[in-house]
Design a protein around this ligand. Structure first.
Ligand code: BV8
Ligand code: ZN
Length: 248
């Protein structure tokens, strides 16, 4: 059971806040049936995200990388936003100055009704040119029936790639700037369902803390962020977020 005093404390600070920044990771989509990256149900058996979510893996075997992303699209396409996603969407209207940053590429926050989502690591439903010819990201090309379909090609002849950020790749500067601005300018920073291992995202709560924000975490397990958080709520996001909303 999550600590009711901690829930009350966080609810009070959220109500009083002029600006609230929320950052989510794979844990918020776990109850929607989307595997997390580092959990026991980790993504895709013998392969790990570190093996496949890299430019090197794509250069070496684009068909395998596309197969992995189509397998994930299949799961995400059948998933529904869960109670945690829905609470965060409602908080936009209930609290002041809400910014939602996500490391997830599943698009479930948008399907839950969140309107301003900063997708730090991109979106699995978009494909872009692997040569960077400037062709607009192509949603249709990213979604082709069956995992075994060959990798889609750009009109310039190069392969299309999933429009996500791989390990060793820089994040989109504009999105990163907006995320840093939201972290520096908030009174409360709430991290939900992230292992706080992947940078630069994992550095954002510390940016908020240095700027004087209250930092809170919702997670089923311990994380490297917990010792730096003012409030730690141990529990599943789909349970803790509704309990928090009831106290607002
Ligand atoms: C970059 C998109 C500049 C693709 C992803 C050494 C030290 C520091 C940094 C580095 C280093 N070596 C390399 C780096 C940089 C590297 C990095 O941080 N590596 C880490 C692993 C050490 N970062 C990068 O490469 C980034 N780029 O830095 O550019 C640069 C350039 C060149 C060279 C160096 C630097 C790019 C990072 C983005 C990678 N792309 N995904 C795709 O999705 O396919 S990362 C991937 O991990 C996902 O985006 C995911 O969102 C992200 C973070 O994982 P989480 O979301 O936290 O998920 P995870 O499974 O880990 O944890 C789930 C959590 O939920 C757990 O805590 C669990 O307890 C909890 N949970 C589970 N169920 C629930 C729950 N909580 C609540 N309720 C539940 N029900
Ligand atoms: Zn192209």
């Amino acid at each position: 059971m999550t600590d009711p005093d901690a829930l009350d404390r966080l609810a009070g600070r959220l109500r009083a806040a002029r600006a609230v920044t929320i950052m989510t990771g794979a844990g918020i989509s776990a109850e929607s049936g989307v595997p997390t990256f580092r959990g026991a149900d980790g993504l895709w058996g013998t392969f790990s995200a570190a093996d496949l979510a890299t430019p090197e893996a794509f250069a070496r075997d684009p068909a395998l990388v596309w197969q992995w992303y189509r397998w994930r699209q299949g799961i995400i396409g059948r998933a529904q936003p869960n109670a945690g996603h829905l609470v965060l969407a409602r908080l936009e209207a209930r609290l002041r100055g809400v910014a939602l940053i996500t490391q997830n590429v599943d698009g479930l926050h948008q399907r839950a009704g969140s309107s301003q989502v900063i997708e730090l690591h991109g979106n699995i439903w978009l494909a872009r040119c692997s040569r960077g010819c400037g062709a607009a990201p192509d949603a249709a090309a990213a979604i082709q029936p069956g995992e075994a379909a060959p990798p889609p090609a750009c009109r310039c002849g190069a392969l299309l790639r999933p429009a996500v950020v791989w390990f060793g790749e820089s994040l989109d500067e504009d999105r990163l700037d907006r995320a840093f601005t939201a972290s520096r300018g908030c009174d409360v920073f709430l991290a939900v369902g992230t292992s706080s291992l992947v940078y630069p995202a994992a550095g954002l709560p510390l940016v908020a803390r240095r700027a004087g924000a209250l930092v809170a975490e919702i997670n089923v397990d311990d994380t490297p962020l917990a010792p730096h958080a003012d409030i730690v709520l141990r529990g599943r996001a789909a349970n803790v977020l509704p309990a928090l909303e009831q106290r607002l």
